[in-house]
Design a binder for this molecule. Structure first.
Ligand code: ATP
Ligand code: MG
Length: 239
């Protein structure tokens, strides 16, 4: 289990953006993290991944402090960054996919097999030889996801994974998340996409102002309205 306990994080000049957040992610479950812009979703994901150190509270991986298990624990936790440009830093897609595998001491054949498998899973075979900087944003997001799935971490922390995805890529992402859950992986999704949360999540947590203001299994539509998370029908309003 990956667990944040009473997490407090501040940024200089901004103040506390996480104010005592507790959140558990078990293996074999999908948790959706909803909340308005600036509510602290990304900060919480990065903290659970061990990329931000909280000033109060702690992150536990299988009951022991995550901080003491780094850097080895990094390969157990895969983070999909909200901005794919923060994730991709290798010149080509192939090198991006190889990067994490190089640390695992796998044979050349096994590395080739894993890359072919993940490229097929995400429908990015045609992109493998391409330079990463010239990909479209949606292509970058799929490559970024592939660069995590290729090393098969136990926990997947996905920040706005459906942003910029076309409908069929989004449907493919949902299938990938379901199969990760079936394979015993724990998946945390920070999202504005309440449809995605309703369709997939075993549990939903709602962040507002750096606190979990609601957590539960069933996110009823009227509760979405109440928490101001429902998109509703977009219109120009009264003219
Ligand atoms: N590196 C940083 N330095 C200073 N302030 C930051 C930094 N990162 C985030 N913040 C601020 O912290 C607050 C929480 O940001 P965060 O990115 O965690 O929110 P979020 O819920 O992910 O928002 P969004 O829905 O827009 O992705 C915001 O007010 C943001 O401006
Ligand atoms: Mg964010």
């Amino acid at each position: 289990m990956l667990e944040g306990r009473d997490i407090w994080v501040s940024y200089p000049g901004v103040g506390a953006v996480l104010r005592g957040v507790t959140l558990r992610l078990r293996k074999g479950e999908v948790v959706a993290l909803l909340g308005p812009n600036g509510s602290g979703k990304t900060t919480l994901l990065l903290t659970l991944a061990g990329l931000i150190r909280p000033e109060r509270g702690e992150v536990l991986l299988d009951g022991a402090p995550l901080w003491g298990q780094l850097p080895e624990a990094r390969r157990r936790i895969g983070v999909l960054f909200q901005d794919p440009d923060d994730q991709l830093f290798n010149p080509t897609v192939r090198e991006e996919l190889l990067f994490a595998l190089e640390q695992l001491g796998l044979s050349e054949e096994e590395k080739r097999r894993r890359i072919a498998e993940v490229a097929e899973l995400l429908g990015i075979d045609h992109l493998v030889g391409r330079p990463t900087h010239a990909l479209s944003v949606g292509e970058k997001r799929r490559v970024a996801l592939a660069s995590i799935l290729v090393y098969d971490p136990e926990f997947l922390l996905l920040d706005e994974p459906t942003a910029n995805l076309d409908p069929s890529s989004a449907a493919q992402l949902v299938r990938i998340i379901c199969s990760a859950r079936a394979g015993g992986r724990g998946v945390l999704i920070a999202t504005q996409d309440s449809d995605l949360a309703l369709a997939l999540a075993d549990r939903v947590a709602v962040l507002q102002g750096g606190r979990v203001v609601w957590e539960g299994e069933r996110l009823a539509p009227d509760l979405l309205e109440e928490l101001k998370l429902a998109r509703g029908r977009l219109s120009c309003g009264e003219q």
